[in-house]
Structure formats: C-alpha cells, structure tokens
Design a protein around this ligand. Structure first.
Ligand SMILES: O=C(O)c1cc(=O)[nH]c(=O)n1[C@@H]1O[C@H](COP(=O)(O)O)[C@@H](O)[C@H]1O
Length: 272
C-alpha cells in the first residue's frame, strides 16, 4: 500500500483528519514515568493506544528522541505502531534537507530504520536534495511550504517573479517534483489565507497542517481553507495540546489525551 492509499483509508476508516503529534518532553511527563529507563517509549505508547481510533496519522518529532539519545525508543515505537496499528500512517517529522548523497542516507534513516510511511523535508536546497526520497516510490515526502511559525514569513513571503516563495514551492511540487504522486506539503493552521492559496494550486494533494492546539490556529478557518471537495485532504496536527492535556477530576493522563483528541477530531469534522 502506498502512503497516499494508507492515508486515504485512514481518513475514511477513522472518520478523522487529526494527526496526533508525538513530541515527548520528559519534563512534562506524569510522575509514574519519571524513573522508567524507557520512559519516552512507554509514555508515547500509552498516548498512541489512547488516541489511535481518533487519528488519521501519527507524527513523531525526531528531535525529542535524538536529543536524549533515545533513537532506539523511536525505533521501537515505530515498530509498535506498524505492528499494532498498521492502518495508520507514520509521518516522521525530521525536516531533512541536504545534497543528494547525504539525502540518500536520510531517506534510508526515515524509511528503512524507522519504517516511516512519510517524512518531512525542507525544499530550500532544491530538487536534487528531494530526489533521493522519490526513489522510494510508495513512500510520502512532505515538503515545507508555508510553515506555522511567525519567522516563516522572513523567506516564504518574499516575492519572486511576482509571487511569494511559498507559492513557488507549492507549484514546483505539484507540477514537477511529485513524480510518484506521494508528495504532500506543510502549511500551518496559523495561516488560513495561505492555506487556501496552496489548496488552489495543488488540487487534492494532502497537506500536513500543524498549528491547532498549542499554537492557537483556528480550526474552523483551517478546515474551510484546506479541505478538498471530498472533505478530506489534510492531516491537521496537534501535539502538546493532546500529549499534555489537562486532566479532569478522576481522569488519568491517557484518558485526558484521548478526550482532547476526540474533541479536536470532532471540532474538525464539524466543518468538513
Ligand atoms: O513539519 C511540522 O510538523 C511542523 C511544521 C510547521 O510549520 N510547524 C510545526 O509546528 N510543525 C511541527 O508540528 C508540531 C506542532 O506541535 P504543537 O504546537 O505542540 O501542536 C511540532 O512537532 C512542530 O515541529
């Protein structure tokens, strides 16, 4: 199954456009994990089990693992997701970008070592830095376009040939780089107008849309700007708001995460 086939099936099966982001910050973990040697794995596994039926994708952020020398826990977690929830695609968030020879190694890392269905990639170095990922014909390549952070405007809004750089990225990917039909773009929920522009340029291409939840992106504006005619087309990511959800009386952390994931999924579905 290709990345896009898996994602489309997950949109339908779980009736969800929610991507659950796995950004494990040990300083925010509940007390019971603090002494555990594999705390990152155990915490993320609990979140995955609690939210799997609400999600169309899981997005582990590699820096949170690598910074603590916990790549082995990310490997184990990806293996767990692939075996227990094979229907839910894994988008490895690594935002890689380098010359072709090095990109080949990054592609192997994402697709072979972690078995990811898709990986996030930075387009700044141009097509030859993206081409090695496209050798993996069934895997996804999710390219940064209009990122959710304010500083994204520094370069992405600069005009070249009469239009902003982010629109050039969208057009290049849609018209030239998407050789296997497995590409997607990252467009932040914090920029709904630009999300609508990108949607016009790329047709039904899937968009990874981070920025709801902790970054304050508006769910209604996001869904209205980014949905496709079939009411899908997006992986709307929320990480911290789900992972570190405030517990209500009598609730544990995983139940709180599940509750917020359900609320987020339903809020998205209300505008599809
Ligand atoms: O590629 C990404 O996932 C990404 C792109 C972007 O423009 N903005 C953005 O926030 N992200 C990631 O999405 C997640 C957002 O986390 P929360 O703000 O906690 O929901 C983090 O893992 C970010 O690294």
């Amino acid at each position: 199954m290709t990345f896009i086939e898996k994602l489309s099936a997950a949109w339908t099966a779980n009736n969800s456009l929610l991507c659950v982001g796995l950004d494990p910050d040990v300083t925010k973990f509940p007390a019971q994990f603090k002494q555990q040697p594999d705390a990152i794995y155990a915490f993320c596994k609990a979140i995955i089990d609690a939210t799997a039926e609400t999600a169309c994708a899981f997005k582990p952020q590699i820096a949170y693992f690598a910074a603590l020398r916990a790549e082995d826990q990310l490997e184990a977690l990806c293996a767990y997701m692939r075996s227990t929830y094979p229907q839910i695609p894994i988008v490895l968030d690594a935002k890689r970008g380098d010359i072709g020879a090095t990109a080949e190694q990054y592609a192997r890392e994402a697709y072979e070592r972690y078995g990811a269905d898709a990986v996030t990639v930075n387009p700044y170095m141009g097509f030859d830095s993206v081409a090695p990922y496209l050798e993996w014909k069934d895997r996804g390549v999710i390219i940064l376009c209009r990122t959710s952070n304010p500083g994204g405007s520094d370069l992405q809004f600069l005009k070249a040939d009469g239009k902003p750089v982010y629109q050039h990225v969208a057009q290049l990917v849609a018209e030239k780089w998407n050789t296997n039909g497995q590409c997607g773009l990252v467009v932040g929920a914090t920029f709904p107008n630009e999300l609508a522009q990108v949607r016009k340029i790329v047709g039904d291409m899937p968009l990874l849309v981070p920025g709801v939840g902790a970054q304050g992106g508006d769910v209604e504006a996001t869904v209205k700007a980014g949905r496709t005619a079939s009411g899908a087309g997006m992986m709307i990511n929320s990480s911290r708001a789900i992972l570190y959800a405030k517990e209500l009386a009598g609730e544990d952390f995983a139940k709180a995460s599940r509750r917020v994931a359900i609320e987020t999924r339903d809020a998205i579905n209300a505008f599809r």
